[in-house]
Design a protein around this ligand. Structure first.
Ligand code: PMP
Length: 759
């Protein structure tokens, strides 16, 4: 820093008596009135109220401020007012002769620039006034001002200023003015800055920034809404993130719990200007740097100028808090706050201990629950960076976080998301494309909802309305949803033995016991007076233990329900979208005529979207009679997701992949079952695969061993689940992008797990 210019840090404030100030106002702006001194670290500031009540701020700048610096500040303010009129920045009032400033000599004969600015209403908030929402808004303002200055440059922006955190090493010279404890703390921060911060900081995006959005330079109204931004005296060209660090240090210093309170301010900033990873990494160091710089500069000033303001204790307090917590820990918290959607702030242990307090005894998968943070394709990653092969989740048919869906959803969310009572191409196109995939030309209508449960609930209402009946038939351990109507259709969810009176059960195919048939069930329902409205079939029989293909069983069942006057609802929530490998829809593979089709789970690859598909004969009267409408059903974003999924399943022919990889997987599992009596021959079709686990001695279901196997597989990094009434069937149901190599990995881990668990 060999700058020859005078330094406003060294140069004391201008000295002028009130008469002198009045003269300046009259000569340059034809103004008179009441003068009230205002706070100013380096400049002499007055509030001016003229006879009409109009208010201004007269700024007699520090003698060290050259014409170039004054022009820099003026040009910046005018630029901001032009590009971001919403930001409350005081306009510069031109002099009588049309200049942005005038000059005067102060009482000591030093030449000073003088400017008149519009007065901004509001007051400076007290330290403890700002609550989280205020801090979030503060962060947004800091970022918005940074954005407004993005396109601004001025050659004086290179003017070296000690308050630029990039110049922190310079405070070494001044630290001697501090007491021993503070000096050591400051020098520690400076050393760390030189060693680890400076090289990265030099490579970060840089621009002109305000560099001083402290409580002293921001005005708020009574509700803490920001009404003005003042004092561009520390403005400089530096790393953009320094602007945020300065605001954090200055707004939070001296507060209890300042590190936690930093989070909303950072999140607010990031909501306008997302931080780059390297910026987020350095943020805590830069806040510490700001505190260290402030301590050294203020102490040195006090030691050399009797008129210098007393240093605030806040910077020291904040630096101590950072040291107590540890810079690396603070850095991790700040980094997380900059990524509000990543939700990785709390440790696995903490989540485990607090989850029940808010979510109750809601089940978690696996003995050692998974704390997942990201997914890609068939792989999931946990908070420790461990990766898992996902052979369980059927919702992300295309694989986790699929780019086509992510792009479609985010693009549409940015543009528009509304309900289906407006004309929009997305729901219409999705409905057209879906009905085009359905084999029966009759299935021409689509009702969009948000979940498989809602789809089945709606299908149930449609069936009851159309048939005038009130009874339902489902397989013995089926699951069709979570609503009141669909829970009745879900024996898996019934408290033991508690069958609703209007429901009858049938045995699923090849369960070894087919005494309860559809015709018998329909006859019973007729006897009760309810009659059968519908038979619901999940084509993969997922909850019953995974069966299929079961074409002849299904044909018989459907014929029987039709004979009894009921409808056939094909629940494709699990089996649809190519999972069964033979067709996009499992009912179509059976060649059956269907009344209603319900879709869900994979339909949005993770984005909630579901549907009922049916004929005009069934759907139209229902819409008319009930004035059907769903706020979110068929919303623009959900349909964009649905279109991306359907398109990708078709383009990548994932149905064929499910067929081929599924067949390979079952072959490998069958080979394993030949070697190990504890596994039965695998069942299922496509990538819906079930394997019974049994006692090698008795052949009876072995739920405890099955559970241990699933947990053991999780420890080995492969995720599968359990199904079936006895909870002894391994459920293997991966995303449809599963490969033969993935299938081989799964089976080899299963083999290893079986051998680990051999008695
Ligand atoms: N039908 C079937 C066959 C299902 O497996 C499920 C969910 N497991 C549903 C419907 C309900 O779907 P959702 O949980 O999305 O409401």
């Amino acid at each position: 820093m060999n700058d020859p210019r005078p330094d406003p840090l060294i140069e004391p404030r201008p000295v002028l008596d009130v008469d002198g100030v009045r003269r300046i106002l009259a000569e340059n702006w034809d103004l008179g009135g009441e003068l009230v001194p205002l706070h100013g670290e380096r400049d002499l500031n007055f509030r001016v109220t003229d006879a009409s009540g109009a208010r201004y701020v007269l700024k007699i700048q520090n003698p060290a401020d050259t014409a170039g610096v004054v022009d820099f500040q003026t040009a910046a303010v005018r630029h901001i007012r032009r590009v971001a009129p919403d930001l409350q920045v005081a306009d510069v009032v031109s002099t009588r002769s049309g200049h942005a400033w005038s000059t005067t000599n102060d009482a000591e004969g030093r030449r000073c620039h003088v400017r008149l600015l519009d007065h901004l209403d509001g007051h400076h908030p007290d330290r403890d006034d700002l609550v989280e929402a205020d801090l979030y808004a503060w962060g947004r303002t800091v970022a918005s001002l940074g954005r407004a200055l993005r396109g601004f440059f001025h050659r004086e922006a290179a003017y070296p200023i000690a308050w630029d955190i990039r110049r922190l090493p310079a405070v070494r010279n001044w630290a001697s003015a501090l007491d021993e404890e503070r000096r050591r703390a400051v020098l520690d921060v400076v050393s760390r800055h030189e060693e680890t911060v400076a090289p990265t900081l030099a490579a970060l995006r840089a621009q002109v920034v305000h560099n001083d959005l402290s409580r002293d330079n921001v005005l708020v109204d009574d509700r803490h809404a920001i009404t003005g931004i003042t004092d561009f005296g520390d403005m400089t060209h530096t790393a953009l993130v320094c602007d945020l660090a300065v605001a954090l240090a200055d707004v939070l210093d001296g507060r209890e719990d300042s590190i936690r309170l930093a989070e909303p301010l950072i999140a607010g900033y990031a909501s306008v200007t997302p931080l780059e990873r390297a910026e987020a990494d350095l943020l805590a160091d830069l806040v510490a740097g700001r505190c260290a710089g402030a301590l050294a500069i203020q102490a040195w000033r006090l030691s050399t100028h009797s008129s210098a303001p007393l240093p605030s204790t806040g910077a020291w307090h904040l630096l101590q808090q950072i040291q107590a917590e540890g810079l690396d820990r603070v850095a991790a918290g700040f980094r997380a706050a900059a990524e509000p959607t990543a939700y990785n702030r709390r440790s696995t242990a903490e989540l485990l201990s607090v989850r029940g307090r808010s979510l109750g005894p809601l089940e978690l998968s696996y003995r050692h629950p998974l704390h997942l943070v990201s997914g890609s394709g068939v792989e999931l990653s946990d908070a420790d960076g461990r990766r898992y092969l996902d052979a369980y989740n059927n919702v992300p048919v295309l694989g986790h976080s699929h780019p086509a869906v992510t792009a479609a959803v985010t693009a549409q969310m940015r543009l528009l998301n509304t309900n289906s009572r407006y004309l929009h191409e997305a729901p219409i196109e999705l409905a057209e494309r879906l009905t085009a995939t359905m084999p029966a030309g009759r299935l021409s209508r689509v009702l969009f909802v948000n979940s498989g449960s809602e789809a089945n609930d709606l299908a149930w209402r449609i069936a009851c309305l159309a048939t005038g009946r009130a009874g339902g038939i489902v397989t013995a351990y089926a699951y069709h949803g979570v609503t009141a109507a669909t829970t009745a259709l879900s024996p898996e969810s019934w408290p033991a033995g508690d069958r609703p009176r209007h429901i009858r059960l049938v045995d699923p195919p090849a369960s070894g016991d087919e005494t309860r048939t559809v015709s018998a069930a329909a006859a019973e329902l007729d006897n009760t007076g309810a009659g059968v409205a519908a038979l619901f079939i999940d084509g993969a029989f997922t909850s019953d233990g995974i069966f299929g293909p079961a074409h002849s069983w299904t044909s018989r069942a459907v014929a029987a329900v039709r004979d009894a006057g009921g409808l056939y609802v094909a629940d494709e929530v699990q089996a649809g979208y190519g999972r069964t490998g033979d067709h996009l829809w499992s009912f179509a593979a059976s060649g059956l005529d269907v009344d209603l089709v319900t879709l869900g789970k994979p339909m949005g690859n993770g984005f909630p979207v579901a549907a009922v598909v049916g004929s005009a004969d069934l759907i139209d009267p229902f819409i008319q009679d009930t004035d059907y409408f769903s706020t979110f059903g068929g919303n623009t974003v959900a349909c964009a997701a649905g279109l991306a999924v359907l398109r990708t399943v078709e383009q990548q022919d994932l149905t064929a992949n499910a067929r081929d990889v599924g067949a390979h997987l079952r072959r490998l599992l069958a080979d394993l079952a030949v070697q190990d009596d504890r596994l039965a021959t695998p069942r299922g079709w496509g990538l819906a695969v079930g394997v019974d686990v049994r006692s090698a001695d008795t052949g009876n279901p072995a739920p405890e061993l099955a559970r241990r196997l699933v947990d053991h597989m999780r420890e080995r990094g492969v995720l599968i689940g359990l199904t079936g009434a006895a909870r002894s069937t391994l459920k293997i149901r991966p995303p449809l992008v599963f490969t033969t190599a993935d299938a081989e990995r799964l089976v080899s881990d299963l083999e290893a797990s079986l051998s680990d668990l051999a008695e």
